[in-house]
Design a protein around this ligand. Structure first.
Ligand SMILES: [Zn+2]
Length: 107
């Protein structure tokens, strides 16, 4: 059996609420809540149907990808040669150490 639950989600920050709110308590944006329906499968016996054929690692084809160099030798090495197009990399570090942000979607 599937159970449908309705939640309201803020378009700006993703805050969830059981009821519609005019102002988001998380990001203080106005009229950003949209209704979303979540379908929960309550039948514990059912298993998801996964139509995937496993591939042996030795059979995986290696593809060359375009990489964007950061000009930080150490970071490029950790990233395997730079940012991959469309990838997301989260860097952590102390405040003020000059973390960088790069959008690689339009390379
Ligand atoms: Zn919000």
């Amino acid at each position: 059996m599937a159970k449908v639950k309705t939640v309201f989600v803020c378009n700006e920050c993703g805050y969830e609420s059981a009821k519609w709110l005019g102002k988001c308590p998380s990001c203080n944006s106005w009229s950003t809540f949209v209704e979303e329906k979540i379908v929960k499968n309550t039948d514990s016996k059912s298993t998801p149907i996964i139509n995937v054929t496993p591939t042996l690692l030795k059979d995986v084809e290696k593809k060359e990808t375009t990489r964007m160099k950061t000009n930080f030798e150490e970071l490029d090495r950790v990233l395997g040669g730079g940012f991959v197009t469309g990838s997301l990399v989260l860097l952590g570090g102390e405040p003020g150490i000059r973390k960088i942000y790069a959008n690689t979607t339009n390379m």
